[in-house]
Design a protein around this ligand. Structure first.
Ligand SMILES: Nc1ncnc2c1ncn2[C@@H]1O[C@H](COP(=O)(O)OP(=O)(O)OP(=O)(O)O)[C@@H](O)[C@H]1O
Length: 505
């Protein structure tokens, strides 16, 4: 085979600047056809920017893109799609009330119509790559893994030969990760190429054929995962040696900080039970983890505890019943909240970082002195958070939108840990955060726990749940169905329990 036959995509000397930031600085990546190629790097290293350039969402300032040996200039994603590049984003973009077929065909009716020809094509693709997806199922009835397969099918249906996946495993339990990797191997076997971004280095090593490391906008190297460890990868990412994790002793006290009793909630739209008789206590100094596949009531539980949804039952902070309190009053009483959806609930994307520091905390020091907004206090404290949580930003006057995903997350965590909260409600606190920043956030949470912080932890990252929690409850269809011991449970056992196979004895 000649070279162009072997190379699916070649990015050469790609450069891209944003105000105050060089996001990509002579980045070079060569993606061999029929391989799975991972791109790793710290938050803000420039991974998403590079993928957006390849998918035609961003225009590079310099450098060349070659696809199948031909130099390309993309002005929009439709140009990239026409060249055989497809991208699946982390937030799925499917319409729940439509079928798989309707979702796949939407906007691409020209290809095979929207009836039997389309159905046949979806079945062909599904079986060719080992995807087991029924075109006539409603998307709302599908689990997370199947939804992701529908997103990939959508891209394949449009003729993609190179598929970009942005952190595809962030929302999957271990069994689903295994299935996804099987699917990726299926794609590879058929000569397709997969390019993906991930922060989960063990997974990268398990599935990738090549791994390119990017640091501060530059390519460091491309390594062979067969001869590389996760630690070596992490060290290439940060450019220095990582500290070893320390072991922890329990800090759980017998003082109840949060008490939830018989919390029940029915879907106001469909009459479905979202939460049923959920009861638990969290003590000062305790992290209680809730394990569950997405969509089993965790989000509703968090919103009910924060007063954003009206549920029956009681929520008490210490010995004060706060069930009737507003969200603002709960926050003022010392409840920190890291929301699941940072764009909808966590940040004002077009406001500068220092104003985001005040969001939800307007009535508290250092954002207020007496009855007045204290701009200087808020700005100084934003500087502190940026330093303590290593938020990579040109300045605190930058808008939140201009930060990379992981850096947005670090800012939210820093804000919610400020002012010594007594209770932290944390949904996926390290989602999208690189390994170094994840370890730093865990350290911050552990330090606060030693000082008495109570934490409710919701996470799809089972290593995080197991590593951080003092106890874990499993949630299934809106109920707590059993507890597991984080000292002894394995991620695989926990994954099984989450999918309804029962908790290990
Ligand atoms: N639209 C934008 N405007 C201004 N700056 C931006 C924009 N998009 C990205 N940046 C900056 O470019 C740099 C690279 O960001 P990018 O999102 O590519 O990083 P990343 O490696 O994908 O990070 P993460 O792992 O956190 O998702 C960051 O410093 C980010 O703040």
């Amino acid at each position: 085979m000649s070279e162009p036959d072997l190379i699916a995509v070649r990015l050469t000397d790609i450069g891209k600047r944003f105000p105050g930031v060089i996001a990509n600085d002579q980045v070079n990546v060569t993606v061999r056809r029929g391989t799975v190629h991972a791109v790793v790097g710290e938050n803000g290293a420039g991974k998403s920017t590079l993928m957006k350039i390849l998918y035609g969402v961003q225009k590079p300032d310099s450098g060349t893109i070659e696809v199948d040996g031909q130099e390309m200039s993309f002005h929009s994603p439709s140009d990239a799609i026409a060249a055989g590049i497809g991208m699946v984003f982390q937030h799925f973009m499917l319409a729940d009330n439509l079928t798989v077929l309707e979702n796949v065909v939407l906007g691409a009716e020209k290809l095979y119509g929207s009836g039997d020809r389309a159905r046949t094509r979806i079945r062909e693709l599904s079986s060719a790559y080992g995807f087991d997806v029924d075109p006539d199922r409603l998307v709302e009835d599908l689990g997370v893994g199947d939804r992701q397969r529908v997103e990939i099918l959508k891209v394949l249906y449009r003729g993609a030969r190179t598929i970009i996946l942005d952190e595809p495993t962030a929302v999957l339990v271990p069994q689903e990760v295994d299935e996804l990797f099987e699917n990726l191997r299926g794609l590879k076997a058929e000569g397709l190429t997969v390019l993906f971004i991930s922060h989960k280095l063990d997974e990268v090593l398990a599935v990738a054929d090549d791994v390119t490391v990017i640091r501060r906008g530059r390519t460091v190297t491309t390594v062979d995962p067969k001869h590389t460890t996760a630690r070596q990868l992490a060290e290439l990412m940060v450019g220095s040696e990582l500290p070893s994790p320390s072991t922890e002793t329990s800090t759980v006290t017998d003082v109840v900080q949060l008490s939830v009793r018989d919390l029940s909630l029915t879907d106001p739209l469909g009459g479905r039970d979202l939460l049923t008789d959920v009861s638990f206590d969290i003590h000062r100094g305790e992290v209680l983890g809730i394990a569950g596949v997405e969509g089993n009531g965790q989000a509703e539980l968090v919103e009910a505890i924060m007063g954003m949804r009206k549920a029956t039952g009681t929520v008490a902070l210490g010995d004060v019943d706060i069930s009737a309190w507003s969200t603002a009053r709960r926050r003022e009483a010392g409840v920190g909240y890291i929301p699941e959806d940072r764009h909808r609930h966590g940040l004002l994307l077009d406001a500068p970082l220092w104003e985001n520091r005040m969001l939800g905390h307007q009535t508290q020091e250092p954002n207020r002195t007496g009855p007045f907004v204290d701009r200087r206090g808020a700005r100084n404290d934003t500087d502190r958070i940026v330093a303590a949580y290593d938020v990579r930003t040109p300045s605190i006057d930058t808008t939140a939108r201009a930060l990379s995903g992981g850096n947005q997350q670090k800012l939210i965590v820093g804000r919610e840990m400020s002012g010594n909260p007594v209770l932290l409600i944390a949904a996926h606190p390290t989602r999208g955060v690189d390994v170094g920043a994840q370890a730093a956030i865990w350290d911050h949470i552990k330090t606060a726990r030693r000082e008495g912080l109570a934490v409710l932890l919701i996470s799809a990252d089972l290593d995080e749940l197991i590593g951080l929690s003092d106890s874990i409850q499993v949630m299934l269809r809106g109920r707590l169905v059993g507890s597991v011991d984080p000292q002894t449970v394995t991620p695989e056992q926990l994954g099984s329990a989450m999918t309804g196979a029962g908790v290990p004895a």
